[in-house]
Structures are given as structure tokens and as C-alpha cells.
Design a protein around this ligand. Sequence first.
Ligand SMILES: C[S@@+](CC[C@H](N)C(=O)[O-])C[C@H]1O[C@@H](n2cnc3c(N)ncnc32)[C@H](O)[C@@H]1O
Length: 258
Amino acid sequence: MASESGTPPTKQQPLTEHEVDAYTSPYSTSDFVKYATDGGLVFAPIDSTSSNLAVLDSATGDGHWLGDLARKLKIGAKLVGADIASQNFIEPEQLPANISLIEDNILDPWPVQYQEHFDLVHQRLVLMVCDDGKSVTAIQDLFATVKPGGWIQLHDGDMDTIEDGEGHRAMEKLRTILRSPGPKLKGWLEDAGAHDVQEKVLTTKCGKKSENYEQGEQTPNFLFSMEEMAELTFDLARELREAGNSYHTYVVWGRKSL
Ligand SMILES: C[S@@+](CC[C@H](N)C(=O)[O-])C[C@H]1O[C@@H](n2cnc3c(N)ncnc32)[C@H](O)[C@@H]1O
């Protein structure tokens, strides 16, 4: 992170606790990935001029992605964010009024009122913590919330594409914990019944490899808040500052037939 004088810390300076916190903030993923998508939020060809779009963001994190999307949609759009960790939600008064955030587990079926309800359903960077069987069921359940004619967009990572070797040991360790659902998303979505499924592979850079230092601070936090992960958290923060890394993420989108 930038020091108070605005210059990034050098390799020689030890990481402060504050810097480790910055690298592991639960609020960080949106900005981090935004660079890989070149600022783009929705790849699916929805009609963003429609004044009554309904959008669901599953595993929304703090609700950032929806906040960004709300600024691009008409005021009448209704946006719902769902996450298992509601303690990370942005305070409602800091979000546009047309966004609501609910606690929900992607491994449970969605509430009845959300079945075939949304014009666009989005889910990003959560299946890396699920085994394949759970991912398949979660995608089927999520697809059930898409309106006939609506779109689903999934975006997840491929840890098999990280840079490894000397200087990347903490990321290598992380690779043993996280899964690589990215390349499987397209097939899973087609199996769930989606049509016109398309795929885009992005390179997501983190830490020193980032396009700019501000973005370099933004590093996804999956399990690092757990106590037993403290050491890896610290090592990862240091390694990303000193070496950085990159990996592929896959964005896949498809349509439910009318
Ligand atoms: C890496 S963050 C991604 C946040 C957001 N989608 C983004 O891309 O900025 C992963 C999110 O998945 C959520 N999550 C993990 N397991 C979940 C589950 N079973 N059900 C719902 N959300 C879950 C976490 O709480 C966290 O907010």
C-alpha cells in the first residue's frame, strides 16, 4: 500500500499490521477484478436501458459490484445481493436505495419468490471454495432463479494458472486450498440448460504484477480471516508486495430459453 507520503513501501521495509489488513480486506475483490475486465461488469447482452430490470448478485461480498452496476442502470432496476457473510455488507444507507442485501447460502435452494425472477444473475469468485459436485448443484439452483429469456453470468478463477516457483511459495500454498472451477464453468452452465453460452478468459494480476500500485493493494480474501490462516495471510501479503502474481479467471454467460 502507498505510504502516507504517497510512495509505495520498498522491499526492505517490513509489512505493518495495517498493510497486511489492506491486503486481506474483505471489501477488496471488486476493484481488483475490475482491472481484468477493463471496468466491464456485464458481458451478457442484457438491455441496460430497460427501466425494470431485476438483477441478483450471488456471493456478493460487500455489495460493491451491485453498487457499480446500479450506477449504469435505470433507477427502476431492482438489485438483490446475497452472501453467507452478511457482516461484510456495506451499510444500507451507503448503497443506492434500489439495492437490497440478503443473507443466503449458495448451497441451499433459493427462496421461492426468486425462482425464475431475475433478468440477470451474476456470481463471481466463490466456486473456488466448493468441490465440483457442490458447484454443479449451486449453478443449477442459481440458474433456476433466471427468468425465461434472462441471462446468467459466472466468473471464477483457475488457480492452476498462477505463476509458481521461487518467490511464489505462498501462492503455491493457496493453490493447494482453492479449486480451479474457471475452465469448467461453460460445460456446467450448458448442462444446467443454458443456451448461447460464451466464454472469455481474463488474466487477473495481483500485487506487484498489477497494472498500478493502487490496484496492487486489492487482493481477494477467501479464507484468510480464519485464525489458522494467519501465517499464510501474512506470507501472501508479503509475497504479493514483493513478487506479485497473476492467474486466469473465466467469465461465462448464457441465456435461459423463453
Ligand atoms: C472472493 S469473495 C467474492 C465477492 C464478490 N463476488 C466479488 O467478486 O467481489 C467470495 C464471497 O463468497 C462468499 N461465500 C462463500 N461461501 C458462500 C456460500 N456458501 N454462500 C454464499 N456466499 C458464500 C464469501 O462470504 C465472500 O463474500
